[in-house]
Design a protein around this ligand. Sequence first.
Ligand code: 5AD
Ligand code: SF4
Length: 482
Amino acid sequence: MRTRRSGRLFSGAVTARTYFIRTYGCQMNEHDSERAAGVLETMGYRPADDVESADLVLFNTCAIRENADQKLYGHLSQLKPLKLADPDRQVVVGGCLAQKDQDVIAQKAPWIDVVYGTHNLGHLPALLVQADSAALPVVEIVEQTEAFPSALPARREVRHHAWVSISIGCDNTCAFCIVPSLRGREKSRRMGDILAEVRGLVADGVCEITLLGQNVNSYGRDLVRSGDVASPGARNRTLFAELLHALGDVDGLERIRFTSPHPKDFTSDVFTAMRDIPSVCEHLHLPLQSGSNDVLRRMQRSYRARRFLDLVEEARATIAGVAISTDIIVGFPGETEDDFEQTLEVTRSAAFDSAFTFEYSRRPGTTAVDLDGHLDPAVVNVRYRRLAQLTRELAGASNARQVGTVQQLLIEGPSKTDAQRFSGRTRTNRLVHVEQHPAAHAGGVVHATLDEAASFYLLGTVTDAPLDAPVGTPPPRTRAAV
Ligand code: 5AD
Ligand code: SF4
């Protein structure tokens, strides 16, 4: 039996208990952490400055690659002595890895209080109460939700930006990916609910939103299937493009971003929406995963390299100055040297403005685990470094093309590496550091001349000069490999 907790008493005053959240993984998880913070704050908890001083520590976990597991178990073992010294401290593990490995977590760390899955955040208050009188971790995992869960309060880290979930779950079956088994079938949120949330956020000072979904451009298909909404066929637009147009009409909303679309579901109406709606930013994140048709087939990604490059070309031709980023996995089972060379070739042709590159990670529960031809990690690592080198060069060249232009920056806050500077993002999502300036504060919008480029950032100077258009990357040059 654990002791029932209350606020600590100092000179007769009750101080609120404090919480600290450590987030692993993707933007979906960052948003879930904001919601966990919102839930805890409605229970009276207040933010702590660090893990050590927090009365409640919540780990919002990720399962996508093995190193996320290792990080979690490392952090849990660091916390164990603190918990044992002060049993009143609460430790909670939630999110994707909790959904996948609840038993392993409870076994490895029987001293924690609560384990909850990807659909259970709304029950956190009740689980914490149950944990007060339980000897072992209280575990709650459900496999599936029937509809998009009702909105939970979110405590946003910054005032000017908000994540907005438009769907949860995923109906695809990419062989490497654990997500569909953890986040369930795709459930879209009603457009009216999304618009109402966004209007409320704008009234609260938000000027930039990022729409979140595992596969944003299949948004709404489940709603049409279930008869909840009429197909937008009459206007010849997908529901995702409809949503972008509706959001484009929200006054005061200056920047709209979204992540991630799937190449197989990409339609031209989304490119034209990106071109025609001033608030939709000129940035497209389009995951390639591999440039080899053979590997794409074994990954169960139903587009081919040629189709991918056609999309890149259409994006660059339609949206002036668009920046394109991607995700690429190296070392998928059976990947030959020739397959890998094709990935390099497509990467060069697409001339990505930035890229997230990953070594394939074996995830029990995915179909790729049972494929033949798992590679020696040393071979994978050499390929990974070759690809990372190429994507770094491409990113550097893309940034260098911006030098001398004046771009709009939305300031995020002080630079993480240099206290003398502030950091902001261009509409194309390039990171720019500027010297301190009265207008350079979190949420401030400035014009900056871009003076110097590196692979992952630019240096700029705040200016009164008018804006230039972003400089796009030349369209794909070669189709030799595809
Ligand atoms: N191994 C390596 N990378 C992966 N990703 C997803 N699953 C795996 C895996 N098993 C990458 C994909 C995806 C990004 C979010 O993570 O590139 O787009
Ligand atoms: Fe995000 Fe996927 Fe990691 Fe879950 S497993 S946190 S959905 S990247």
